[in-house]
Structure formats: C-alpha cells, structure tokens
Design a protein around this ligand. Structure first.
Ligand code: 0L1
Ligand code: MG
Length: 255
C-alpha cells in the first residue's frame, strides 16, 4: 500500500495537470482521518508553489447526500487564491477535468472564532454575506469516489465566484434562486436546502477548521455548501445564478 504522502502527490499532480486518477478506494478504502491527512499534505504542496489558503468550503450539506455517502457529518476542503474566479470572468476548460457548478452562499469572516459556537455567535463573527458559485471538479474518473477519496481530493474544490458582499444581518435562510446555463434555467432551489439554514454550515465550518488547528481568521471566506444539485459545464457555457434579493453572479467557460 502506498503511503499518504505519495497519495497526496498523486492527487495534487492530477489537480495540477487536470487529469483523472483511479479512486484510492479501488485498492483500499481510506478512513476519514486518512482522507483529511492526504488533503492537508496535498494542499501543502500547493502552498509550496506559492498558492495561499483563503478560506474553506463545506460539502455534504444536505442530509440526503450524507446518507448517500454513508457519513453522519459535513465534509470540508480548503479554498485557495488560485481557485478564485472574478465575477463575470472566464475559466478555461483546459484547467479542469469534468467541472460542475453549484450555487452557494458565502460568508466573510470578521473575527477569529474557534470551537463549538451557536449560530448567533457565528453570525456575529461575520463581516458580510454574498451569493456564490462553486466549481467542483473531482479528479477521480467518472466523478466517482467514496468519502475517503473525496476528502483526499480536497472535496472536489476547483473554483469559486463570489458576488457583492452584503450586510452580515442579511436574511439568507430561505432565498429562492435560479441557476441558468446559456439563459436556460437548469436548477431552481432555495438556500434553505443548505442544512435548513446556511448558518448551520458556518457553525460546522468554525468547529471543523478549529479541530485541525486552522481556525477561521478575519478575511477568510466560507462557502456554505450547495443549494441545488451541481450542473455539468462545457466550453461555451455562460453560467448565471440569480438569487432573490442578492442579485446575480456568473462566469463563462472558454477552451
Ligand atoms: O462542494 C460540494 O458540495 C461537493 C463536495 C464533494 C462531493 C462532490 O464532488 O460532489
Ligand atoms: Mg460545493
């Protein structure tokens, strides 16, 4: 069995070169702890190339997805500077394997917060809230993985777009939204699909980041999780998400 550092190298190389790899679980299922350790080691390889962690993202934020994946918790991954896509900008398909997009909510952290906090305490540590789009891109063939695999692969994190920041007390609990590709609605949903209230994902983000000694710091971004199913992307696509009261954000995909 190859060691965790070698697995981190494999998954990092796959992300860097936008190529698929077989699931590690084809050989042996990784534990949750092993998956997170590989993620950490692979992200340190990125940091050594000059990239910088600027926040975290939450996944499996619906109970249905947790049940499907056999895990009784959320998962999280690290967001870096190079993953950020300007609102209205473009991404190049050449940098992705088989990207998908999902509408999310983003929080901007104002105060360092650690450990077990209430939703109110969490929201009091927020400087702003925004609508967001996450580009996920599993490095595993056919977008297939188990829990250990997806943790090792930084929870498929590959890109994100953040809209204008709004006041931290903006009501985000049940905002309707439409995700359109080339002007055609592909997903319709509500931010309530994020754990019933995206602030719960923020609470979990604070807990989980602190557990590994990387507490959320002022300026960090938290992506709270998908409000709808993810939609596959192709060259030439123009993506737009319209959020009730918050406005719309988008980007396009070039070759
Ligand atoms: O951001 C997400 O909700 C995705 C988490 C990882 C699972 C996936 O790639 O679908
Ligand atoms: Mg996501």
């Amino acid at each position: 069995m190859i060691d965790l550092a070698r697995m981190a190298e494999i998954v990092d190389d796959a992300a860097l070169s936008a190529t698929t790899i077989p699931q590690f679980s084809d050989e042996r299922a990784l534990t949750v702890a092993e998956g997170y350790e590989i993620q950490k080691l692979s992200m340190h390889r990125r940091y050594a190339r000059g990239d910088k962690r600027i926040g975290i993202k939450m996944g499996f934020t619906s109970r249905a997805k947790q049940l499907q994946m056999g895990l009784d918790d959320l998962i999280w991954g690290r967001l870096t500077e190079t993953m950020r896509v300007p609102e209205g900008g473009t991404i190049s398909m050449a940098q992705y394997v088989h990207p998908r997009v999902e509408p999310e909510i983003a929080y901007l952290i104002k105060h360092r917060l650690e450990g077990s906090v209430s939703a109110l305490e969490a929201l009091n540590a927020v400087a702003g809230v925004a609508c967001a789009l996450e580009v996920i891109d599993s490095r595993y063939a056919d977008f297939k993985f188990d829990v250990g695999d997806v943790l090792a692969d930084n929870t498929s994190a590959a890109g994100f777009v953040i809209g204008n920041w709004h006041a931290p007390d903006t009501d985000m609990v049940n905002l309707g939204l439409v995700l359109s590709i080339n002007g055609r609605p592909r997903q319709i949903g509500s931010t309530a699909a994020i754990m019933g209230n995206p602030a719960r994902a923020l609470v979990a983000a604070i807990r989980m980041a602190a557990e590994v000694g990387e507490p959320l710091e002022p300026g960090d971004i938290v992506l709270a999780g998908a409000a709808t199913a993810a939609v596959e992307l192709a060259v030439g696509d123009h993506v737009e998400a319209q959020f009730e009261t918050l406005g719309s954000i988008g980007f396009a995909i070039i070759e």
